[in-house]
Structures are given as structure tokens and as C-alpha cells.
Design a protein. Structure first.
Length: 369
């Protein structure tokens, strides 16, 4: 079950929504407007002369016309029907790591259980090519498993390839993930990721965009989206990509925002290694091994963080581990997913407990250690 609690659209929120919906005024122009007026409500209701002195005659004229049409739409009903929450810059829930960038979004639109997410916590972005090699796929999964096992959340852009794998691996490891879109939060793009989109919401993740609901996919919007991916994160990890990869844009934003940039080195003969190798040449930190990553993030290696090295486990025990990546479960839930004999499952759980891979909580449910 996923949801997003809803607040009525007051005058302040209405003004923010209006500026957000009007394409002629982006984050930079909006910041200039805020400096010239006492309140956003005042700016929204201002006349042509005042607006034109800030944004120019043509844009001011178009905004006046837009405002007339905007007033006729019941946005409160529209957002409620689509289970979308809107959070503007003056809302206390607006993430601090977004408000501190030079061009903060006017507001963000959210689907998912926003209340459960800690934006001041440990969040890392993992980005890369839409056409990863087998090496890039394995690196993405290993890095994600390691970070989620240490309590980190993963943010990416829901694109095919590395982005999707990072989201999926995060969910498999029982961690929440954030997908930042370059279109409206009610639009699944690419459409082939519709199952992943639903899975993110069903596993306490979030779908976020600064673009209003219904906004279709436009090339330039993805560049703007990348600055938010880095802004949400304490560090950005680039796995694979060509020298024209959009992941380089995300890395550039991260550096400008004072965030650490990491890259997975690759073969100099591989096109998909161009982006990370270039970043390393320019000063990004190379991820040579999981131990390097753990040390740099001050993470103590645990059994769960080392799940890819479970050579001492039987195939049956590994199958239990795979099931528990979906979160804590009772023996009945494990039995339902596994389909094997309950006695064998209990024996495996006991063995995993003794080896330190699994723990049993007060409610009798099992989870990865």
C-alpha cells in the first residue's frame, strides 16, 4: 500500500503551483521574482508593469494570459485524484538539500509515502548508461547491496540500464529508493519501466519531479532533472557511460554543489568506460573494491553488506537470503514465497541465524542482519 497524505491548496501553495506550471518562468527567474516581492502571493497577483520589469514584456504578457486560465482549474481536486503531493519552497517539508542549490525547484511534486523518508539521512545517487555491460550490471548491484546494507538509500533517474538496476537492487535489498523524473510524476517514462515504477511506490520509495503533473517528456528537462539527483545525494557514483553520457552532467552538478563524485574504472578499450575513466582523470574517486567504498563511507563491513561473497552458504540458504531481500517476513510468508517444506526452511533459518546472516525480531519475523 502506498499513499501520500494531502493538504488543501492555500493561496501560497496556489501561487507556487501557478509559477511551476508556467513554462516561461523557471527556477532562476522565479528566484529573481521572489527577491522583488514581499510574498509569492503578491508576485502571482501583480500587474503587467511590475512583472515585465523582472521577466520581460513578452513573458509577463503570457503569464497574465496563463493566470486567467489557471484560475479555472481545480488543482486541489486534480492532485487529490492522482494522489500527488505538492511541496513548495516555503513548506517546512521542502528538502533542505534542494533549497540550498543555486536554482532550487519552485516546488516538487511527489508520489509515495513522503513522511517516512529522511532527506537529511544517508542518500547516494548511482547513475550511468542505458546500455550497461555485464561488468557494469554487476558493479551496480554490488555497490547498491553494499550501501543499502549499511543503511543508505539510493536515488537515480528511472532510466533504462544503470538507473533501473540501482533502483531494483535497492528494493531487493530492502531499502527505499527515490526516482527523480524529467517529466510529470504521473507519467511513467520509459513506459517499459512501469513495473519498476509501481514497485518503488509499493516499497516505501518515492517518485519526485519539479515538473507539473501531465508534463510530457522533453529532452531539455532531463538535464534539469540531473541537478536534483545530485542535490538529493551526499555523493554521486557513476558506473558506466560514454563520453557523451548524461551521467557526466550529473557528476558536474555534484561537483558544483560540493558533493563527492565516485566512478567505477573500466577498460580503456570500452566505450562504456569513457565517462567514469574521464571523471577519475579529472579527480573523481575511483571505486577499486567494495572495501575501498566501505572505508571511504566509514562503513563497517557486515554479513549483509558482504552478501555477494556468501561462499559458505548452501544453495537452499542462499534462496532464503534472496527472499529476505524483500524485507522482514514471518515463516509463513517465507514458506508462501519459497514453496518448500517448512521444516527445511526452519532449519535453514536457524543455520543462517547462527552464521550471523539473519536476525529474528520481537514479532517473530526474520530479516537480513
Amino acid at each position: 500500500m502506498y499513499f501520500c497524505y494531502y493538504h488543501a491548496v492555500d493561496d501560497k501553495t496556489k501561487a507556487y503551483i501557478a509559477f511551476s506550471h508556467f513554462l516561461g518562468i523557471g527556477p532562476i527567474k522565479f528566484q529573481a521574482i521572489k527577491k522583488r516581492f514581499n510574498t509569492v502571493e503578491e508576485a502571482y497577483k501583480s500587474n503587467y508593469l511590475k512583472l515585465s520589469s523582472i521577466v520581460g514584456a513578452k513573458t509577463a504578457s503570457k503569464f497574465i494570459d496563463f493566470r486567467k486560465e489557471f484560475e479555472s482549474v481545480d488543482y486541489e481536486k486534480k492532485f487529490k485524484e492522482k494522489n500527488i503531493k505538492v511541496i513548495h519552497q516555503e513548506n517546512k517539508l521542502f528538502p533542505k538539500n534542494l533549497i540550498n542549490i543555486p536554482d532550487p525547484p519552485i516546488c516538487i511534486y511527489v508520489k509515495g509515502n513522503y513522511d517516512l523518508f529522511d532527506f537529511d539521512g544517508k542518500i547516494i545517487s548511482i547513475v550511468g548508461t542505458r546500455m550497461p555491460t555485464s561488468y557494469g550490471q554487476k558493479a551496480t548491484k554490488d555497490i547498491t547491496y553494499t550501501l543499502v546494507g549499511a543503511g543508505y538509500s539510493i536515488v537515480s533517474g528511472l532510466a533504462l540500464g544503470i538507473d533501473s538496476m540501482a533502483h531494483s537492487a535497492c528494493i531487493e535489498s530492502g531499502g527505499p529508493t527515490i526516482a527523480v523524473l524529467g517529466c510529470g510524476v504521473d507519467i511513467v517514462y520509459p513506459y517499459s519501466n512501469r513495473s519498476l515504477y509501481k514497485s518503488i511506490l509499493q516499497n516505501n520509495g518515492l517518485i519526485i519531479s519539479e515538473f507539473p503533473p501531465g508534463m510530457t517528456v522533453l529532452k531539455g528537462l532531463f538535464v534539469a532533472r540531473n541537478r536534483l539527483i545530485s542535490a538529493f545525494s551526499s555523493a554521486v557514483i557513476v558506473v558506466e557511460g560514454s563520453k557523451r553520457s548524461g551521467s557526466l552532467i550529473t557528476a558536474k552538478y555534484a561537483a558544483e554543489q560540493g558533493k563527492d563524485v565516485y566512478a567505477v574504472p573500466g577498460l580503456i578499450t570500452s566505450v562504456m568506460s569513457e565517462a567514469p575513466n574521464l571523471l577519475i582523470k579529472e579527480g573523481a574517486k575511483p571505486i577499486i573494491s567494495m572495501d575501498d567504498l566501505l572505508q571511504d563511507f566509514n562503513i563497517k563491513r557486515s554479513k549483509s553488506a558482504a552478501k555477494i561473497d556468501m561462499k559458505d552458504l548452501s544453495k537452499f540458504e542462499l534462496s532464503i537470503i534472496e527472499i529476505l531481500k524483500g524485507g522482514s517476513m514471518s515463516t509463513d510468508e517465507i514458506l508462501d514465497k519459497h514453496g518448500k517444506d517448512l521444516t527445511l526452511i526452519l532449519q535453514a533459518l536457524t543455520s543462517l541465524e547462527l552464521k550471523g546472516y539473519v536476525v529474528k525480531n520481537a514479532d517473530g519475523k526474520y530479516s537480513l542482519a
